[in-house]
Design a protein around this ligand. Sequence first.
Ligand code: NAP
Length: 338
Amino acid sequence: MRQVLITGHGDPNRLELRDTPEPQPGNQALRIRIRASGINFADILARQGLYPDAPKPPCVVGYEVSGHVDAVGAGVRGDWVGKDVFALTRFGGYADTVVVPESQVFEKPAVLSHEQCAAIPVNYLTAWQLLVVMGALNAGETVLVHNAGGGVGLAAIDIARHLGATIYGTASPGKHAFLKARGLHAAIDYVNQDWTRELARLTDGRGVELILDPLGGSHWKQSFKALRHTGRLGMFGVSTATQSRLPGRLRLIPLGLGMPLFHPLSLMNQNRSVFGVNLGHLWHEVDKIRRWMQALLQGVAEGWVRPHVDKTFPLAQAGEAQAYIEARKNIGKVVLTT
Ligand SMILES: NC(=O)c1ccc[n+]([C@@H]2O[C@H](COP(=O)([O-])OP(=O)(O)OC[C@H]3O[C@@H](n4cnc5c(N)ncnc54)[C@H](OP(=O)(O)O)[C@@H]3O)[C@@H](O)[C@H]2O)c1
């Protein structure tokens, strides 16, 4: 089998394709022959040495795949063999074969391609947890989705639209027309503009009920200030860590220094709340994840879950694929194909 290895922390050329022996499924596991693997921003942070959850190099990252089952362990129903599936993988997704616990595997809906299915698990589950489970977004409320043109951003637009909310989003200007066509009510250029002013203008100074913020550091302070009373801030990433020019993990220092401190009494008196989401720390809550996925698969059937694949790259070009995202060129998902 073939895998893409992170050989050491650094730029995209630290990703190398290698041949390795075939894995055999353990008792409760299935083996998937992968057709498509989703790329996530966390994979880029892992390559740069900025993602504490990643294994130490040399390692194979990748949180999600779509393909077909060709072997199962003794404790797994034999009728999985031959089925098209998609799955959450706790690393190992940048490959043409992976072994996954049965609890993390879902049947692939026939209406979606393997590439589209590889775009569902991380993006849509994260957006569901942010908007529905912890953000409690209701019809008629307003939400600001930062980085609305990324994979999680597009998933959040689909779900917020389904819930009947008014959706504002920040993104690089070249993505605005596409995002409005997807259902964003107003797009804000956060690269060249002060987004806080623009949001205040759009909301007549009131702010919004929910903000999804994967930028981190001082952005969380600004987002908290932009909440309307009864507002919720969902923090779920530190994308800005990659922007510092400091070497290695020192890049996390400006991020840490810029972070807000929330005082309980101030939260109480402002009628605001803050919460964190990290899907990668929910492996022990697979029952919840499966329930959320059932709701999302219902969304696929009803047509409001619309995974958008921007570009595919062959497995051997994983470095180019990550560089494409780092250059902010992607709208939605970038997928590796075998
Ligand atoms: N906690 C969780 O469970 C969880 C799960 C999934 C993702 N996340 C986090 O959510 C964020 C978005 O993830 P994603 O997979 O949706 O992203 P993605 O699809 O890889 O989106 C990349 C986009 O992010 C924007 N961006 C913002 N800051 C950037 C930077 N410093 N360098 C490069 N691009 C930057 C760019 O678009 P624009 O310039 O147009 O905005 C870029 O095109 C990441 O921080 C990720 O770690 C967290």
